[in-house]
Design a protein around this ligand. Sequence first.
Ligand code: ATP
Ligand code: ZN
Length: 286
Amino acid sequence: MENILRIAIQKSGRLSEDSLLLIRECGIQFNSGTGKLKSDSTNFPAELLFLRDDDIPGYVADGVADVGIVGENVTTETNRTVQTVQKLGFCKCRLSIAIPRAQDYRGVQDLRGRSIATSYPRILAGFLNHHQVEADIHEISGSVEIAPSIGLADAICDLVSSGSTLLSNGLKEVETIFRSEAELIAYPSLSEAKSRTLDQLLFRIRAVQAAKNSKYILLNAPNHSIEKIIRILPGIKSPTVVPLVMAGWSSLHSVINENDFWEIIEALREAGAEGILVVPIEKMIF
Ligand code: ATP
Ligand code: ZN
């Protein structure tokens, strides 16, 4: 069928679980079956392709897959022509330069003439060029963090999330050169039918993302505090106020942003709110 969207995701690795979870949260079901290369959806015009993450931008650029979920680091390093459709907020990490812990570091200039091992030669070269530092880029495909200790390189440029891998290899992070998260990329010239399916998918992804950043809040308050509380609670349009059976009291309902959560709760308590309930929101449609 011409409207079926072929979605490439990582077969197994750090991106796999969250990619599948997102698709499931969008209500798209698949005939599960491990070890398969391809899977058809039972309730949405989509097909999953399970690939190595490094191959995803290429497949999408060639139109073999219509869209893909991959780290921005891989999209940028691969440098294939694809369209970035939506950042997805998971698999956050950074690409950093690290050197042996005992070494002094005053700035990028200290990398001049050094050898740096990395799986990201293109992004690293861009960074070094930008700072007009000439260094020797040593491309290796894995276990980059051990390169200095075995004498293969003076420094490394690798992905970091917590930094514990660097620490346990006696390295310290000295420059962050790229920040990354998972993103949805697309073939730049999708057919109209597939574009429509992609729009449906995006609509669902955005509803899931909006819900994740928000909480539904319910609370009781004496009527004389309501005005003050409404000023604290913005809500999507405005909060709902329902009278309680108990005279002089009301219940207020609203939506708050996850990021301001604790600040808002404290302000509400000070304003006289009681019996505060905070519940997750599953989907949010604007
Ligand atoms: P594949 O076998 O598919 O090539 P891989 O070993 O290259 O897998 P993973 O280690 O599964 O890849 O990482 C996939 C992506 O997860 C990375 O490209 C990056 O975007 C993201 N990521 C997040 N945190 C980290 C981290 N601490 N280390 C490495 N990658 C991370
Ligand atoms: Zn990979």
